[in-house]
Write a protein that binds this ligand. Sequence first.
Ligand code: SF4
Length: 326
Amino acid sequence: MKQTILSGIRPTGKLHLGHLVGALANWVKLQEEYRCFFMAADWHALMGEYEDPSLMPGNIIDNVADWLSAGIDPSKSSVFIQSRVGQHLDLNMILSCLVPLGWLERCPTYKEQLREVNTRDLNTYGFLGYPVLQAADILLYKADKVPVGEDQLPHLELTREIARRFNSLYGCAVFPEPGALLTDSPRLPGLDGRKMSKSYGNAVYLSDDDAAVSAKVSSMVTDPARVRRSDKGHPEVCSVFSYYSVFWPEKALETADSCRNASIGCTECKKMLAAKLGVILSPLREKRTELLNRSGYIEDVLKEGAAKASAVAAATLEETRRAMKI
Ligand code: SF4
């Protein structure tokens, strides 16, 4: 029997290149080896977007079109909307009762987000409980592995602690402790050199057409010390070059040399990169348009995915209740 994986993306906006290299490319590989559950994490999105969640349904369809275009195969993986599998909230409720408040308050990402996000008020009951819902998501499918980056390890450790606490309280072994599948996804800076994010307005979206990609790439920050065309560059500090490393590794060495000896200018370097990104993105865009034009197709994929996920989730919840004698 294949090991199980659970992963998700919050449908808070269009997906960008960072999602492609950070999550989707990895998911496509994982689905060959694991039993995968991929969810549009709308309850998690709601915790941040509760003031106006009206765009969320559209974002879900849009995002899932990108997932499928990038190669997620619904015949291999269960693709579903978190809120359409009711057991996520049932298990969240059960686990909430047994998680000490201190475990949540000391969570590093919770403190960091409260400090750094100033566009909305995250000082809510729901947001504090984010890691409990995350634990419920993972434990509901008894996931063996969760693909995470280093920064998410504390959350996964919390899930393991919650699993241990449940099993020990009720003298059972309902929940296995999930392991981390550390992903070595490359860090992709945004156009301005900061982390690529919709909120910073510095992202290249998977749905951008060639003209938009070109315009965005031409606005990218480069080596600040390279002021004139004749100045020798330092590719290691240039965002454009980091895209070469990720999307065009076979051209990276040559480009780095040309930059260092000033035989290539930034304008030409960016034009070549934009053309390469166009080659990578155009089949995804075509596939995406085709899927969105197939009336009801994505909704059907999500319904089928929710049915497969619900069958597993219902069995785990039943086992959970039996262990608790409720
Ligand atoms: S030539 Fe390319 S790698 Fe070098 S600084 Fe300009 S954009 Fe960056």
